[in-house]
Write a protein that binds this ligand. Structure first.
Ligand SMILES: CC(C)(COP(=O)(O)OP(=O)(O)OC[C@H]1O[C@@H](n2cnc3c(N)ncnc32)[C@H](O)[C@@H]1OP(=O)(O)O)[C@@H](O)C(=O)NCCC(=O)NCCS
Length: 178
């Protein structure tokens, strides 16, 4: 399977990042609001964003199972989806974020459904999982709407800015789909 193939949803296109995305990524994805529930430092510089996208461009060419999508609305990058694949365990782990201007339109739900289909139908995986900070229930709702099942709360799994945070674990199995 080609790394990060283009995927379509009803309203959006998921494809590879390019260096032309640097301004949109810098200005809309590294805000305080977007980064609050992620392990990403906000307010990145043009140089830092360029370096990160260059890392993605290298990964597309050199790594195996390297899936890192830019989410596009009318060609403009409004989000990012990361899929980490374990061939050993036949598992994919998904993480995502969208620019604040797009929240609440059902976008992440349609994206997650499409990525789950990709994991099962194109990559042949058995399990797709994701987790979210307990303080970020909107993300749990997205997982639920995409067909994932809540498996439990991992108490104080993470530490962010000196604060221990509970994580809520969700997953969908190939056998859950029918
Ligand atoms: C979390 C995030 C991905 C959601 O994306 P989105 O496109 O707005 O999500 P959707 O519109 O598909 O669905 C959001 C759902 O959460 C619900 N929701 C929103 N705020 C909520 C809250 N505080 N508590 C419970 N549910 C909430 C919405 O009502 C909606 O459910 P509904 O359709 O049943 O009404 C987006 O807000 C985001 O990128 N946030 C910043 C980064 C982030 O937190 N990423 C996830 C890390 S695990």
């Amino acid at each position: 399977m080609k790394n990060t193939p283009t995927l379509h949803t009803e309203h959006l296109v998921l494809d590879r990042f390019t260096l032309e995305d640097v301004p949109a990524v810098r200005d809309t994805l590294y805000t305080e609001a977007v980064c609050r529930n992620l392990f990403i430092t906000p307010n990145k510089t043009t140089e830092e964003v360029t370096e990160n996208i260059q890392w993605l461009l290298d990964g597309y060419e050199t790594k195996e199972d390297f899936h890192q999508w830019a989410v596009r609305e009318n060609s403009l990058c409004v989000g990012r989806v990361m899929l980490t694949v374990s061939r050993r365990f036949h598992t994919g782990t998904v993480a995502y974020y969208l620019a604040e201007s797009t929240w609440g339109k059902g976008y992440m739900t349609e994206i997650l459904k499409r990525v789950i289909d990709f994991c099962f139908d194109d990559l042949g995986l058995n399990r797709v999982e994701a987790d979210h900070f307990a303080r970020n229930p909107a993300s749990g709702r997205v997982m639920e709407k995409a067909g994932m099942i809540k498996e439990g709360v991992l108490r104080q799994k993470y530490c962010k800015d000196g604060e221990f945070l509970d994580a809520v674990q969700y997953a969908i199995l190939k056998s859950d789909r029918n």
